[in-house]
Design a binder for this molecule. Structure first.
Ligand SMILES: [Fe+2]
Length: 294
């Protein structure tokens, strides 16, 4: 990190953000989405709660993280609880899953088996490679598989565990990042730390692209870190021709009381209930904050 990367955003002393809990995608065909994420990613569809309609599916990523798919239906909210905030699933979201670095060659084989074209990008150096595989789901969401080192000292709040290998499915161990688009990039850099307490880590020199560590303090990204991340871009086509998401719905583990104090001070529309805090950001994203399970 150089000096020019450290002076552009206010910093919370200790961020109340702990980890990434869930990402919700908007899809135009729910059954097709469930099939893709079950068969290619190996995610398990969870039991639907009573009252849920067939427009919503939640899939288990690991013991502490989920992926939800929402098919919009006219005059119907995908989640009645979040209806006051007009929550939608994300469109054209770039997001990343974690895999063990040693599993990346197998990931290529699995993607080939499913007829999915992919692109490999080394975000590190030739001496210290940090490889990711990029491909698209059937709905234009830009997916990444990033190799992580579970023995790294930078541990996420919930370190994922390795599952037994299964044939024909990607060996996913966790969610890694979500990259959201912000029309007003410069306001966002001040707003995310102030209004929620996100830990600003750095921004790119050649792009309007800021990185927030989902942890009490900002850390260096990359190089196999198993930490989780919120990325924020201006509207742009980033790596592998992938867009940052619009109207995203992202859930975080956090110190909910600490985030609530900030959100109230910022005067943002929000709701508080037994699940946690949910906030509508001025850019149309909805963020949920929940306490980590004991
Ligand atoms: Fe990424």
């Amino acid at each position: 990190m150089n000096d020019s990367q450290t002076t552009t955003a206010p910093q919370a002393a200790v961020s109340p953000l702990l980890d990434l809990a869930s990402i919700t995608l908007e899809v135009n065909h729910l059954a097709r989405g469930v099939r893709f994420y079950e068969q290619v990613l190996g995610l398990e569809r969870l039991e639907q709660e009573a009252g849920n309609t067939s427009s919503v599916a939640t899939l288990r990523v690991n013991a502490h993280q989920t992926l939800s798919l929402w098919q919009p239906v006219t005059r119907q909210h995908n989640d009645a609880r979040l209806a006051p905030l007009q929550a939608r699933g994300a469109s054209h979201l770039h997001y990343a899953f974690q895999v063990q670095s040693s599993d990346l060659p197998r990931c290529k084989d699995v993607l080939d088996e499913h007829g999915l074209s992919w692109q490999e990008i080394n975000l590190g150096t030739s001496d210290a490679p940090d490889r990711g595989l990029y491909f698209f789901d059937p709905f234009g969401h830009g997916l990444e598989l990033r190799g992580v080192n579970l023995a790294d000292s930078r541990r996420p709040y919930f370190l994922p565990s390795v599952q037994p290998a299964r044939p024909h499915v990607l060996p996913i161990i966790g969610l890694r990042e979500a990259a959201l688009a912000f029309q007003d990039y410069s306001t966002m850099k001040t707003h995310l730390p102030q209004a929620y307490g996100f830990a600003f880590a750095k921004e790119q020199e050649d792009r309007d692209f800021a990185q927030f560590t989902l942890a009490p303090h900002p850390e260096p990204d990359g190089d196999g870190t198993p930490r989780r991340w919120l990325y924020a871009w201006d509207p742009q086509v980033g790596l592998a021709d992938m867009l940052g998401g619009d109207h995203a719905l992202v859930r975080f583990y956090a110190d909910v009381q600490a985030v609530t104090r900030r959100v109230k001070q910022a005067g943002l529309p929000h709701l508080i209930d037994e699940v946690g805090l949910a906030v509508r950001d001025p850019e149309g994203h909805v963020f949920e904050f929940v306490e980590p399970p004991a």
